[in-house]
Design a protein around this ligand. Structure first.
Ligand SMILES: [Zn+2]
Length: 199
């Protein structure tokens, strides 16, 4: 095998070099050609080495085997370091953003709950003297508890029926007020919500 047949320009060695697919092929080349090359050139290849840049095997007349990475390996390692660092930074930033979002959501949730509690307290204070309306309010609170505790359907629907009976009586016997409407809306929305989730 003539070396000129598989000469390629090696970017790592910065000159043309014979390239072999496998170490065995490179070693076979040395074995069968070294005397002829030595006669002609005065020196001959003595060992094969892997080249990352060419992704194959070269032969060299230099005996010393330095266990150092070639240029391509150094560049790849540098790229990986940089790339990993960059990726890590981005991941850290994303995590921080997510934490920030969660904190904001929690705060918002807390504010909403506080406002809801405040509104509920005000409503309770207003209907304190209206016995039937207060009873209906307490029934709605009871339904809330049943839903929260995942009580079985039958009991929960019975509680709804009871609440709507109370509401019917109130609407028949009292003149309409905003508070009655608020409580009716509350009951309706809980009922609609419960039905949609039960399906
Ligand atoms: Zn090479």
């Amino acid at each position: 095998m003539k070396p000129s047949k598989c000469l390629i320009f090696c970017r790592d060695a910065r000159r043309s070099k014979a390239l072999f697919e496998t170490e065995a092929k490179a070693m076979a080349f040395i074995k069968y050609n070294r005397y002829a090359i030595k006669r002609k050139a005065g020196f001959a290849p003595v060992r094969a080495y892997h080249c990352t840049s060419c992704d194959g095997w070269h032969v060299t007349s230099r005996k010393a085997v330095f266990d150092v990475p070639d240029k391509a390996e150094v560049m790849i390692a540098a790229y990986n370091r940089e790339h990993n660092l960059d990726w890590q930074n981005r991941r850290d930033r994303l995590r921080e953003q997510k934490r920030e979002q969660r904190r904001e959501q929690e705060l918002e949730q807390k504010l909403i709950q506080e406002r809801e509690q405040e509104a509920a307290n005000l409503l309770k204070a207003r209907i304190k003297r209206n016995g039937p309306l207060m009873a209906l309010y307490k029934q709605i609170e009871e339904i809330h508890k049943l839903i929260k505790n995942r009580t079985d359907k039958t009991r929960t629907y019975k509680a709804f029926t009871k609440a709507y009976q109370k509401l019917g009586i109130i609407m028949d016997s009292q003149s309409p007020t905003t508070d009655i409407q608020i409580i009716k809306d509350k009951l309706d929305s809980i009922y609609a919500d419960y039905q949609s989730k039960e399906k």
